[in-house]
Unconditional design. Structure first.
Length: 206
């Protein structure tokens, strides 16, 4: 399981980032890499609504945040406050962007039943089942009726994930089991596009 110290490496890397390319694009630019563009087109673009609120877990340098700015409000969640400073530098102090420093797997300050759409990419692939279960349970209280949750997660049944020691010990059956046990219903899942992970969309059972 990745440790807190391991997780802090991403914060330290971002703080010293001085390249012209936006931080996060070193793992692939969704505007240039077809497999990432397909994730954007299938799992983000159909849900962006100017009257709704989005929440992104692990916003990092804004690689995916940029596609969520069409929402009325986009809440960026990260355990590292330094990431928020980078996002403000990148996007400016725009009114639709707000921030939530996570206390682990919670969402302090996010109002109950206020979030219509949740997205996370590049974060849950590093979270082993106990942490994922924590997030799934804590999300329940902040989701508005009919909210969509989209999560990319590691699939250790795929060779690229199995060979990556930084990837979590999750598979399709494990993830689907956790989602359903937490009281959600699975709407769709893409297990083919990404070579090391899957993307799942689900909703809270009314």
């Amino acid at each position: 399981m990745p440790t807190i110290q391991w997780n802090n490496l991403w914060r330290d890397q971002m703080v010293t980032w001085n390249k012209e390319e936006a931080y996060g694009n070193q793992w692939g630019d969704p505007d240039k890499l077809d497999i990432l563009a397909s994730v954007r087109e299938r799992f983000i673009e159909p849900f962006v609504t100017a009257s709704k609120t989005a929440l992104e877990i692990g916003s990092g340098g804004g690689r995916w945040t940029q596609y969520l700015l069409g929402f009325h409000r986009t809440i960026c969640v990260d355990i590292h406050r330094e990431m928020f400073h980078y996002l403000i530098e990148r996007f400016g102090a725009i009114p639709q962007l707000s921030f939530c420093q996570s206390d682990g797997t919670g969402f302090p300050g996010v109002p109950a039943r206020s979030v219509d759409y949740v997205f996370t990419f590049g974060t849950f692939v590093h979270l082993d089942p106990p942490l994922i279960e924590g997030y799934l349970n804590n999300l329940r209280s902040v989701l508005a009726p009919g909210a969509n949750v989209v999560i990319q997660y590691a699939d250790k049944d795929k060779p690229m994930a199995a060979e990556n020691s930084g990837f979590a010990m999750t598979t399709g059956p494990i993830m689907r089991g956790m989602v359903e046990a937490a009281g959600y219903t699975i709407i769709e899942e893409d297990t083919e596009t990404l070579p090391h992970s899957n993307v799942i969309r689900f909703q809270l059972i009314p």
